[in-house]
Design a protein. Structure first.
Length: 141
């Protein structure tokens, strides 16, 4: 998936905004012989894993999942949303949780308090599902 991450990074402007199109998603899915929903799941897991390992910033990941979320929402009720990408939704939800403070004085850390633990759980769950165990993987809090 390095090619996809590279393409996304190349599309990102100086302010951190990226435009990902529906055609981009179709192309990436087709290249991998996946449905659009399955692609979003596998991409979401890869994004979460790279964030978890410190390879991608919160800002990058949040921008990308927000762009992909807009595309996915446009597919609701259409065959393109089937199967529903549950893993991608969980990843989107984790980054969304980091977007706002819960304390009025903003002394909390929404990314540290919410996003990071949620991403850790997603990565652990997916590794366990795909490998049968996460005992041999470096997944720490």
């Amino acid at each position: 998936m390095n090619d996809i991450f590279g393409a996304i990074a190349a599309k990102m402007d100086d302010t951190g905004v990226v435009a990902i199109s529906e055609n981009d998603v179709f192309q990436w899915a087709t290249q991998r012989d996946q449905t659009a929903g399955n692609f979003l799941d596998s991409f979401g897991f890869e994004l979460a894993t790279r964030f978890h390992r410190g390879q991608l910033s919160y800002e990058f990941c949040d921008e990308v999942v927000n762009e992909l979320w807009v595309i996915l929402i446009g597919w609701i009720g259409k065959p393109l949303s089937k199967p529903w990408p549950d893993t991608f939704y969980e990843v989107y939800d984790a980054f969304d949780a980091g977007e706002y403070h819960r304390k009025e004085d903003k002394t909390d850390d929404p990314v540290g308090d919410f996003t990071r633990p949620m991403i850790t759980q997603i990565v652990r769950k997916c590794l366990k599902r795909f490998s049968g165990s996460n005992d041999n993987h470096n997944v720490s809090n």
